[in-house]
Design a protein around this ligand. Structure first.
Ligand code: AZC
Length: 803
C-alpha cells in the first residue's frame, strides 16, 4: 500500500488520542503497540472485505486448512512487511521517538502449536495469501498456548502461557457466525413425512462455538485471507435456576478451548482431546456449509467450490462430520454424500512414529459422539464390504477403521480423502512402502508427495535483514516472491568480496545473539567460535543425546590435552519436552548439567560452551537461526518426516550436518554433496537392522574406547548431580538396545563433526558453501509447496488476480 511517513504519523497520533486519549509523550510501549496494531488492522480492513467479496462474487473455490495448531509467532512486523510499509513505519516511528523493535517485544508470541506441524500451518497461510490462493485456516483459539518452559536446577518446569491476558489485537470476535456443536446424548433415526430419515437427539450437551477471525495478509498483493479460530462457550440461557450448576457447566464447556495439548507424539487427557477435535471440526464444517449455501448451488457441487485439508489426523472427524451434515441435514443418499465427501477431503501425514497415530476407544467415541460413531461404523462397513471383494482379508483387517476396540483416525482420514501426502520424498516413500503399504495397495493413486517449505519472508526478510539487504544488492529482489531466483547468487561463488560480506553479516548476527545470551543468561560466548545449532522438540529419535555425547567426547579430549587443536564451539540447544515424556526430560536435565560443568571449567579456556535457551519458540528461532554456522539434523534415518528448521537454517547460510532423513535428502540433492556434511545409517540399513535384529548396542560400548568413556561419565560421577538421569540414559543405550541407534552412528557423527571443524578453518571455502546453501534454498519456500497443493490436490488456481 502507499503510505507516506507524514500520513502514518498523523494516523498514529490520531489513533492514540482516539483510543487512549493520550499524546505520544504520555503513552507507554503497550499503548503504542496497540495503537500500531489497530492502525495495521484499519489499513488492511478494506482489502480484507474486498478479498471476501471477490471470492463470493466470482464464486471461487475455497480451501479450508483444518489444523489443531497454528504456530504463528508474533505478527506485528510480518503484517507491516506484507503490507509493504515496514520501512516507512519504522522510520516514521523513529521520528516520533519510538523504537519499532521495542514495540515488537510487547506482542506476546502465541504458542498455539507444538512444533513443526503447527509452524508449517503458519507458513502455509502466509504463503497461500501471498500466492493468491483462496484459502483459510480453521483451528482452535486456545486460551493457553504451549506451556512456558523454565529450567529449575536444570530440570524443565512448565508454566501456563497466558497469551491472551492483555487481549489479542489481531482478532475479531464474530458472534453472528457462531454455531452450535453437540456432544453426548442419545440419537435415533426417524422417518419424516417426506420420507427422509432424520436423527433425533435427546439429552445432548450443546456448546456454542464462537469464531475469532484474524487477517492473513498477502505480501504486497492486496489479498487478505482469514484465519478462523474457534472458542467454546456456554450457549446463552434464559433462566438460570441453579447458579452453581451453571458456573460448573460453563467451566466445563470453556475448558474445551482452554489448553493446547503439550505433546506432539502421545495424547493424554484423551477425552478432552477428542472433544477439542470434534469441536473445531464441527464448527468449521458447519460454517463452510452455511457459506456455501449462500451460492444457491446443489450440495452435489460442493467439491467444485470447497476443498478441506486435514492436517494430520487431529481433524480426521471432518470425514464423518461432513457425511453427517450431507445425510441428516441435506438428505443426500449415502453414495452421493460419500462421493462429495471424498472429493472435498485431503489429508497430510506428518509422522511415522506409531505412538502419534491416533486411535480412540469405541466406548469413548460412541458416548461422546453418538451420531458420528454411527456414521463411522457405516463408512467402515461399506469399506470392508467393497474392498473385501477385491483384496485379501488380511489387507482389509489391517486397513479397517474400527479394529481392536478402537477407531483409527489415520484410516478414517485415508479412506475418506482423495489425496494422501507425505511431507518429503523419503517420508512419502516410507509411507507407501512400509507404514501405509496396505493402503497404498488399495488406493495407489491417492498417494503423493508434497515436500514441506518455509516462508522466506519471516525466515529471511524479517529475521535476517542484513542478509536480505546483501542479497538485494547482488541480485535484486525478485526472490521475495520467486524464491528460486536466489540461485542467481551462485554467480558470486568466487567473488571474495561477497563471501567476505557474508562472513561479516554472519559475525554480526552472532554478536547480536551473543549479546542476548549474555543479557538473559549471564553467559559469555565467543562470536568467533562455531555456532552449532540444534533447535527442535526434544525427542529420542531426534538424537539431541548423540549431540551431547559428542560434546562430552570433545570435552574429554581437551581435558586430556588442553592444547588439542579444535575449533572453539558454542553448542546451542532449544527444545521443549512433552511434560509426560520422562526420558526427554532426563535428557534436558543432562544437557543442562553438562553445560554447567563445561561452561564453568576454566581449564578448557572457553573452547567449548553450551547454551540451552529456555522456552524455545518462534521468537527465539528468529534470533538463533541467523546466527547459526552449523545446522544439526541428526535424527535416525527414516524417523524425521521432513524437518523444517533444516530449511530455515540453510536459507540463513548455515551448513547442514545431517543424516539422510526427511528433507535432508532433498537438501543434499539441491546443494550437492560437497556443500553439506552427511553421515550415518541410511533408511534401508535401519530397516535391515529391524529385519534381522542384528544391532547390539552393548558391543559399541564395549569396543569403542571414546564411547566407553563418555558413557561411563553418565554413571560414574564425572557429571555431578545426575545419578538417576545418568543411569536411566546409560541403560537405555547400553542395556535396552538403543532404540535410535545412537551408539551405532556415534563414530560416523564424530567424523562428520571433524569434517565441520576442518572446513570451518578455511573461511572463504566455508562462506562459499554458505552461499551455495542460500542460493539453493529457494525451492524449499512454502510458496511453492502451497502452489503444488493448490494445483495438484485442491484443484484451485493460485493467482486470484486481485491487484
Ligand atoms: C512434524 C514432523 O516431526 C516434522 O518432521 C515435519 O517437518 C513437521 O511435522 C511438518 O510436517 N510433526 C509434528 O510436529 N507433529 C506430529 C503429530 O507429527
Amino acid at each position: 500500500m502507499d503510505l507516506s511517513k507524514r500520513k502514518f504519523k498523523d494516523d498514529f497520533k490520531k489513533m492514540l488520542t482516539e483510543v487512549y486519549s493520550m499524546d505520544i509523550t504520555e503513552s507507554e510501549l503497550t499503548e503504542q503497540f496497540f495503537t500500531l496494531g489497530n492502525l495495521i488492522r484499519s489499513y488492511s480492513s478494506k482489502n480484507w472485505s474486498r478479498t471476501n467479496q471477490h471470492y463470493s462474487e466470482k464464486k471461487e473455490k475455497q480451501v479450508y486448512y483444518f489444523s489443531m495448531e497454528f504456530l504463528l509467532g508474533r505478527m506485528l512486523k510480518s503484517n507491516l512487511l506484507n503490507l509493504g510499509i515496514l520501512d516507512t513505519v519504522r522510520s516514521a516511528l523513529q521520528d516520533l521517538g519510538i523504537d519499532l523493535e521495542e514495540l515488537v517485544q510487547i506482542e506476546p508470541d502465541p504458542g498455539l502449536g507444538n512444533g513443526g506441524l503447527g509452524r508449517l500451518a503458519a507458513c502455509f497461510i502466509d504463503s497461500m495469501a501471498t500466492s493468491e490462493i483462496p484459502a483459510h485456516g480453521n483451528g482452535i483459539r486456545f486460551k493457553y498456548g504451549l506451556f512456558k518452559q523454565k529450567f529449575v536446577n536444570g530440570y524443565q518446569v512448565e508454566l501456563p502461557e497466558n497469551w491472551l491476558q492483555n487481549g489479542n489485537v489481531w482478532e475479531t470476535r464474530k458472534m453472528h457466525a457462531a454455531v452450535t456443536v453437540r456432544f453426548y446424548g442419545k440419537v435415533w433415526l426417524q422417518q419424516t413425512d417426506k420420507g427422509f430419515l432424520t436423527p433425533h437427539y435427546e439429552g445432548a450437551q450443546e456448546v456454542l462455538a464462537v469464531p475469532y477471525d484474524s487477517a492473513v495478509i498477502g505480501y504486497k498483493n492486496n489479498v487478505v485471507n482469514t484465519l478462523r479460530l474457534w472458542s467454546a462457550e456456554l450457549p446463552p440461557q434464559d433462566d438460570i435456576s441453579d447458579y452453581w450448576a451453571y458456573i460448573h457447566q460453563r467451566n466445563q464447556i470453556e475448558s474445551i478451548s482452554e489448553v493446547l495439548y503439550p505433546d506432539d507424539s502421545t495424547y493424554e487427557g484423551r477425552l478432552l482431546r477428542l472433544k477439542q477435535e470434534y469441536f473445531f471440526v464441527s464448527a468449521g464444517i458447519q460454517s463452510i456449509i452455511r457459506h456455501f449455501k449462500k451460492m444457491h448451488l446443489h450440495m452435489n457441487h460442493l467439491a467444485e467450490k470447497v476443498a478441506i485439508h486435514i492436517n494430520d489426523t487431529h481433524p480426521a472427524l471432518c470425514v464423518p462430520e461432513l457425511m453427517r451434515i450431507l445425510l441428516d441435514e441435506e438428505h443426500m443418499d449415502w453414495e452421493h454424500a460419500w462421493n462429495v465427501t471424498v472429493n472435498v477431503m485431503s489429508y497430510t501425514n506428518h509422522t511415522i512414529m506409531s505412538e502419534a497415530l491416533e486411535k480412540w476407544p469405541i466406548d469413548m467415541i460412541s458416548s461422546l459422539l453418538p451420531r458420528i460413531y454411527q456414521v463411522i461404523c457405516e463408512i467402515d462397513r461399506r469399506y470392508t464390504m467393497k474392498m473385501g471383494t477385491l483384496f485379501e482379508p488380511a489387507i482389509i483387517d489391517r486397513t479397517q477403521i474400527i479394529e481392536g476396540g478402537h477407531v483409527k483416525m489415520a484410516h478414517l482420514a485415508i479412506i475418506g480423502s482423495h489425496s494422501i501426502n507425505g511431507v518429503a520424498q523419503l517420508h512419502t516413500t516410507i509411507l507407501k512402502e512400509k507404514v501405509l503399504h496396505d493402503f497404498f495397495l488399495v488406493y495407489p493413486s491417492k498417494f503423493n508427495n508434497k515436500t514441506n517449505g518455509i516462508t522466506q519472508r519471516r525466515w529471511l526478510m524479517l529475521a535476517n535483514e542484513p542478509l536480505r539487504d546483501l542479497i538485494n544488492r547482488k541480485i535484486g529482489n525478485e526472490w521475495e516472491t520467486m524464491p528460486t531466483e536466489l540461485k542467481m547468487l551462485k554467480a558470486f561463488r568466487d567473488d571474495n568480496e561477497t563471501l567476505l560480506e557474508l562472513a561479516r553479516i554472519k559475525h554480526l548476527n552472532k554478536e547480536r545473539f551473543a549479546d542476548y545470551v549474555q543479557e538473559t543468561m549471564g553467559l559469555a560466548i565467543n562470536p568467533d567460535a562455531i555456532f552449532d545449532v540444534q533447535i527442535k522438540r526434544l525427542h529420542a529419535y531426534k538424537r539431541q543425546l548423540m549431540n551431547l555425547l559428542h560434546i562430552l567426547s570433545l570435552y574429554f579430549k581437551l581435558k586430556d590435552n588442553p592444547a588439542a587443536d579444535i575449533q572453539p564451539r558454542v553448542f546451542i540447544f532449544g527444545a521443549k519436552a512433552a511434560p509426560s515424556y520422562t526420558y526427554a526430560k532426563q535428557i534436558i536435565k543432562l544437557i543442562n548439567t553438562v553445560a554447567e560443568l563445561i561452561n564453568n571449567d576454566s581449564s578448557i579456556e572457553n573452547k567449548l560452551k553450551i547454551v540451552f535457551v529456555e522456552n524455545y519458540g518462534v521468537s527465539l528461532a528468529e534470533k538463533i537461526i541467523p546466527a547459526a554456522d552449523v545446522s544439526e539434523q541428526i535424527s535416525l534415518a527414516s524417523k524425521e518426516a521432513s524437518g523444517t528448521s533444516n530449511m530455515k537454517l540453510m536459507l540463513n547460510g548455515a551448513i547442514t550436518l545431517a543424516t539422510l532423513d526427511g528433507a535432508n535428502v532433498e537438501i543434499k540433492e539441491h546443494v550437492g554433496s560437497e556443500n553439506i556434511v552427511i553421515f550415518g545409517l541410511r533408511e534401508e540399513e535401519v530397516y535391515q537392522y529391524y529385519h534381522d535384529g542384528s544391532y547390539h548396542s552393548r558391543s559399541y560400548y564395549e569396543n569403542n574406547p571414546v564411547l566407553h568413556r563418555v558413557l561411563d561419565a553418565l554413571i560414574d560421577g564425572t557429571i555431578p548431580g545426575v545419578v538417576a538421569e545418568g543411569h536411566s540414559i546409560f541403560d537405555s543405550l547400553v542395556q535396552y538396545g538403543d532404540e535410535y541407534f545412537v551408539l551405532r552412528d556415534f563414530d560416523a557423527y564424530v567424523a562428520a563433526q571433524e569434517r565441520i571443524d576442518s572446513l570451518y578453518r578455511d573461511m572463504l571455502k566455508w562462506q562459499r558453501m554458505a552461499l551455495i546453501n542460500i542460493a539453493g534454498a529457494g525451492i524449499f519456500s512454502s510458496d511453492y509447496t502451497v502452489q503444488q497443493y493448490a494445483n495438484q490436490i485442491w484443484d484451485v488456481s493460485s493467482n486470484a488476480h486481485l491487484k
